[in-house]
Structure formats: structure tokens, C-alpha cells
Write a protein that binds this ligand. Sequence first.
Ligand SMILES: CSC[C@H](NC(=O)[C@H](Cc1ccccc1)OC(=O)N1CCC(N)CC1)C(=O)N[C@@H](CC1CCCCC1)[C@@H](O)Cn1ccccc1=O
Length: 331
Amino acid sequence: DTGSAAATPIDPRFDIAYVTPVTIGTPPQTLQLDLDTGSSDLWVFSSHTPASQVRGQQIYSPDKSTTSKLLDGHTWSIRYGDGSGSRGNVYTDNFAIGGIMVETQAVETAEEVSSSFTTEDNIDGLVGLGFSTLNTVSPEGQLTFFDNAKPKLDAPVFTADLKYMKEGTYDFGFIDESKYTGEITYVPVDTDPGYWTFTSSGYGVGSGTFSSSPITGIADTGTSLVYLPTAIVTAYYRQVEGATNSRSYGGYVFPCNSTLPPFVFGIGEAKFTIPPSYMSYAAVTDGSPTCFGGLQSSSGIGINIWGDVALKAAFVVFNGEEPPTIGWANK
Ligand SMILES: CSC[C@H](NC(=O)[C@H](Cc1ccccc1)OC(=O)N1CCC(N)CC1)C(=O)N[C@@H](CC1CCCCC1)[C@@H](O)Cn1ccccc1=O
């Protein structure tokens, strides 16, 4: 099998996250979920989510599906890097993305979600596409959609073609040659503890010299920005007039009319350029002349994260063969 599904920005003003339509159950219930390679739980707003915590999200009702089965005695609870979280119980049911159907997918139904999920009415839940070792279901961990779908895919891969303020695509089971230019550069993935962890070959700021130094980090479709070591981040903002590291805004900000250099990162011998428009992420509040940077320091996180700001500068292949690799191509 092969399949494709849209990745649509949830906000027309800036790319904070992307959602993809999925169907769950019989008859199919359609929800818009955030495909997140930085986690491995598939959870949804549901008929079990208190009404006070639901604000416009689509919900999954297992009781309305003739193919749902309660996974008795199983629970889940997850906390994300930005402090948001959710928990609940587990069903198995039919689950499809882009026409790829998994009959007994573990679908984690939320009994509680944190306030940032309640306020984000465009996200009905997440599809974790990290490695199944990260799944939080207890007492038995469950498989991700990708692990369940892999045996029926023409190739054990999925690709991300995220776009700047535009609809992109996730493809499953094939590599669409029309979506990239030149060659795909594959590098090894370290699957411990369960992210798509790889090592970049270095970085450059604008037309400055390229610094060939290894940067190990995760490819994370669920994270909006890029988080790298402080030395790299300060080297970048040193080139931006009026940039400061703002405690109140929680990161590097600068006057929106400042000229930003592009940011270059290496994958093997290949180079990828994040254009200035992606590096000026968003005004700190609507209409403010102060903008928040798309590149921020990872010093408070503990891992480097290549989030959407970097991923949308490339066509990315998540290769689930043994051993897994990750491929990057220009587009
Ligand atoms: C430094 S990991 C921060 C990151 N969460 C973000 O990137 C959020 C995304 C968002 C989406 C929609 C509305 C609001 C915010 O956005 C910001 O935090 N932003 C954007 C806006 C900026 N003004 C401030 C900074 C994050 O926890 N991702 C996790 C998945 C997310 C969780 C929240 C919902 C969307 C999916 C996940 O892959 C990160 N992970 C990665 C590895 C290990 C653990 C872990 O947990």
C-alpha cells in the first residue's frame, strides 16, 4: 500500500503546528491530528474528555464505532516538552491515514487534557511517529501507526514535505520523486531512547563560513521551532540588529523590520538553507513590532530539536528499515 495526506498549518499567521485528517472506527469518524515524530502515543479528544476541557475539537466516540474494543485495564499519561499533557484509557479500532488502514490500532482516549490542548481548538489529538519504545501505555506499551502499517506498505518509509504557511503532505510507503530536487542524503538514526535522532554535519550563518561541527538532535514534526546549542544561537543573533535574549518573552526576539541572515545546516556533504522568512517566526503578540526567532537555545531542554522551521526547508524521509535512517533532500 501507499498513501498521502495533507499537512495543514493550524494558524494562517505562523506555522505553529500542522494537522492531518485521519479516520477512526466504523462508520469512520474524521479527526484532525498533529503527526509528531517527537512522541509515540496516538491519543485523541474523546467522549471520555470532560465537556469543560473540550472547546470545538472533534471527538472520537468509541461507543459509536462497531469495531472499537476497550483495551481493559490499560491507561496512558504523557507530558510534552512545552509542559502540556494528557492522560486516559485505551481502545483498539480501525484507524487510517491517507487510505492506509490499520485494523487494530491502539487509540488512546483522553480523560484529561491540559489547558493548552483545550485552547488549541484546531488540534483533535496527536499521532506519535517516534519509535514505539516511547509509548506510555501501561501495563503493555502499544505500537505506533507506522509500526502497525509498515508490513503493508510498499516500502517501510514515510516522508514529510512541510511547507511555509501552506499545505504540505505526509506520504506513507513511497518516496515521491516530484517532491524534491537533487539527491536524498541519508544519515544514521540512533533510536535510543526512541526519537529520530541524527547528527548534522555543521552550520553556517548567512554567507559566513560553514562550521563543520557535529550537532546531534532529533527531527521533530511536533515542535514548531529549531532548538540548538547556545553557541550557535548567539552566533546567529549576533548578525541581527537589535536582537536580545528576552527573559519575558522566553527567547531571542528582535525588531520585526530587522534584516535576518539565512541559517544553513549540513547533512553529510549536503547543505540546507532556512530562509530569513522562516527565521522570523512570528510577532510576539498580534501587531507587535517585536518578533520571536525561529531559532532558539536548547540549553533548557537537554536535547537539540530540528522542528518545523528546519523540516519545512527540506523533503525528509523517515526510513523505517533496519537499521532506520533519515534522508534529507532540497526542494
Ligand atoms: C521544546 S519541545 C516544545 C514542543 N512544543 C512546541 O513546539 C509547541 C507546539 C504547539 C502546537 C500547537 C499549539 C501550541 C504549541 O509550540 C511551542 O512551544 N512554541 C511555538 C510558539 C512559540 N511562540 C513558542 C514555542 C513540544 O513539546 N513538542 C511535542 C509535541 C507537541 C506537544 C504540544 C502539542 C503539539 C505537539 C514533542 O514533539 C516534543 N518532545 C520531543 C522530544 C521529547 C519529548 C517531547 O515532548
